[in-house]
Design a protein around this ligand. Structure first.
Ligand code: ZN
Length: 158
């Protein structure tokens, strides 16, 4: 069996009045993430982890932020396209683990919805998807609520 792992990391700025999409779910908050697409930092980290596992480059290579085609796009569409690329190479997804770094708001109430949403996009079971969250103890850009970051790792196999 051919087993491979991948890692992904992403950061977006937070700004008052923006929509806040995270893990495919709309979060109720005064601030939202800024970006060319819907700026879903968790889905972008997962997308990069999957691309990395298959050595297919990164999200910017496949979906350049200079292209109007991806302006405001739902990141679930981008993630779905990457799942197709992984499958074309003959791989299946073993699991996804992830950590969101965010000071506010508390996102524990959204975690299970995010896991279900990600599992649906990836066509895997919810118990193959882990989403964790941490604050940074008010330190750094996350702590000052200027931005949000996310880490993801994945395992793929064939
Ligand atoms: Zn991003």
């Amino acid at each position: 069996m051919n087993i491979r792992t991948g890692i992904g990391y992403d950061v977006h700025q937070l700004k008052e009045g923006e929509e806040f999409w995270l893990g495919g779910i709309k979060i109720d908050h005064t601030k939202g993430a800024v970006g060319h697409s819907d700026a879903d930092v968790l889905l972008h980290a997962i997308t990069d982890a999957l691309l990395g596992a298959a050595a297919l480059g990164d999200i910017g290579k496949h979906f350049p932020d200079t292209s109007d085609a991806y302006k405001g796009i739902d990141s679930k569409i981008l993630l779905k396209k990457v799942v197709e690329l992984i499958k074309e190479k003959g791989y299946s997804i073993g699991n996804i683990d992830s950590t969101i770094c965010l000071q506010q708001p508390k996102i524990a109430p959204y975690i299970d919805k995010m896991r279900q949403c990600i599992a649906n996009v990836l066509s895997i079971n919810v118990d193959q998807v882990s989403v964790k969250a941490t604050t940074t103890e008010k330190l750094g850009f996350v702590g000052r609520e200027e931005g949000i970051s996310a880490y993801a790792s994945c395992l793929i196999y064939k």
